[in-house]
Design a protein around this ligand. Sequence first.
Ligand code: XMP
Length: 513
Amino acid sequence: MKNEMILVLDFGGQYNQLIARCVRECNVYAEVHPYTITLDEIRAMEPKGIIFTGGPNSVYEESSPHYDKAILELGIPVLGICYGSQLMAYMLGGKVTTAPVSEYGRTGITADTSSRLLHGIESDTDVWMSHTDYIERVPDGFVITAHSKVCPVAAMEDPNRRLYATQFHPEVTHTREGRKIISNFVYTICNCAGDWKIDSFVDRQIEMIKEKVGDGRALCALSGGVDSSVAAVLMSKAIGRNLTCVFVDHGLLRKDEGDQVEAVFGPSGNYDLNFIRVNAADRFYSKLAGVTEPEDKRKIIGEEFIRVFEEQAKKIGAVDFLVQGTIYPDVIESGLGKSAVIKSHHNVGGLPDCVDFKEIIEPLRMLFKDEVRRAGKQIGLPTALVGRQPFPGPGLGVRIVGEVTAEKVRIVQEADAIFRGEVDKADLKQRPGQYFAALSNMRSVGVMGDFRTYDYAVVLRAVNTTDFMTAECCEIPFEVQQTCMRRIINEVKGVNRVMFDLTSKPPGTIEYE
Ligand code: XMP
């Protein structure tokens, strides 16, 4: 059974994924496709509605992304957003003009709420604008349904042809009633029923895996992170003992993490799968001995990981399927043809080369991260596991400056557990996106009791980020910082200073290596 679907046609806008997520939050399935897909492909998808995304271009530029006008004649409702709205106007004979100054940021609009798209919102409401071009004259058959002080056409529509457009971005949270507008589009205009529910996705996925794998055998590299954990459990629910999970404990995990993963997936856990834990800390530490250059450390950790996995895979023998925890943001290609923000060094690459398998299975490839977490909850993974903050593949290897040693790993594990524990306990409005302790390579003189010390400085880091390409330091209340400082100094041997890293990204990075 196929879900009803909204197609997000991507013209290179930075919010393409956000649009799809907003639609899915309305319980309607959405997929992002580049504007280069053909009309026949679109017809074959049978979308209930189409959304044109924004984009950085001007519709009059020759090189700017356009689409066959016939898309507006399919009888499928279309919502154009920002560039998408200008494109719609341009395709149908309206006039788009470049404004002398860009309109950027939160803006008040006045809306005609008798519009089916804008129904139920306040007639004076705030929206998020980000444009230089604007629609000066709407095409024949269209009416203007919203305007701002400087933007004559903040929204327009031709309800007879079921064509709608907003110059502003309803998908951005700064558009106060954006969710309502998206919901109006998918429900009132596209007549969706709202059949995208994570529990039915999980059930269907399990059935599909069963059918695909049959009696075959599958192998999964389990890191204990959210994606590989959810992928493993989905697989195990479908094929039980025909799945083998290999969990490589490289000795660079957070405090007690290896045991936590084993508790969930190992013999005493809830799942009926073959679980192999490889305690390889010593191997990794000896390979890392004397290495201080961050990229060298990453390479060593990545390569050693593959070696360990390979050894295990050889013992298991040929398998039919290799399971990967790929998620939707890794799959989406931007409308301008560039691949989405994937940092190849971020994933432990190369696994497929070293394993004898016939096919890859990616059970989460259509899910966004928040949906993966919901799927994880649905299949009974512990909240602590599905709610995990991102943790890099090379683990604490990218949170220890200079040489990695067992001693430094112990220090950073202890300090990190204290910091995360205190932040989790604190009464914060919102938890930071990522927060952890790292170990600077600095030792300095201190005094404890009557003794001189010469110990390490621990660095606390807390950031918020939406895309991981940029990040802002997140404020942690001073009392919480002070408690962490006192506890770390008192409880973690080898530390005599605690610092808080204020650096944003850029110029810093989120990790500390
Ligand atoms: P940076 O340090 O590049 O981190 O600002 C951006 C985000 O990526 C995570 N990160 C990694 N994740 N393998 C991963 O799976 C890696 O090698 C890796 N390096 C960084 C980091 O935690 C942050 O969320």
